[in-house]
Design a protein around this ligand. Sequence first.
Ligand SMILES: O=C(O)CCC(=O)C(=O)O
Length: 272
Amino acid sequence: MNEIARYGVREALSARTDLEVKAEELRLLGYTTLDAGLSSADLNALSDGFDRGRKDYEEIAAGKGVNLAAIQESDTIRVLPMVSPQFWAVVFNERLHELLSQLLGDYYILNQVNGLINRGNGSKYGQSAYHRDLPYQHFVSSRPIAINALFAVDDFTIENGATRVIPASQHMEAFPSDGTVKNLQHQVAVPRGTFIVLDCMLYHSGALNTTSADRRAVNHVFTIPMLRQQLHLPSIIGDKMELSEWQKKILGFGLDEFRSLEDWFAARASKN
Ligand SMILES: O=C(O)CCC(=O)C(=O)O
């Protein structure tokens, strides 16, 4: 039974569960939020792990003679779980994957998982300009092909630069005019431990952090398997981790292009 009064409606959607409602919200507005269901102790451990991972990552980069600031990479910890393994549990969060499979179907892969640091005191932040996570793309698709699950390590507030979105902008090819952006833009304030789940074609950005503390987050971009990963995760992970078949599929194992006709024919033959 529908409870919401309506008239002249012959076709209507129905969502039975909270997650189905969230999926519907995302398809319409381009974003929703999802509590990862973690305890305060879990979140404190992730917070400490983030800082340790950041320090290790900076040391690894320095050891390779890389100046992260000089290459505009000091806001980002690429493949954060490699230096802070407890973040793998966030990558494979069960509730998140229930939502992702409603949005992307039963085969999608992790394109990138990066720690993000929006520094305090009004510092410059690499994600502070509006963008799509599939940059330079201006097509519109009838359903999401890529989703960013942005995990809040700290509370996201208006003051510390909570993510800004232009609702429903994934449905329009061009970037909206300034007046429209000013009228529609909305900052998504959430408590730590929440995923802000975005259609990657939604225009969004970080915002100015005017507090004195860094605002930390982890982005997780999941895409249909046709899209290339930012870093080839199977090469980076190698055989260093024990993974289930499902986890390997999400991380993009077994997806490399065929290198010869012989390999293609052998793969086809193995399906019969
Ligand atoms: O840090 C934020 O609030 C936004 C992050 C972002 O734009 C991204 O992950 O693409």
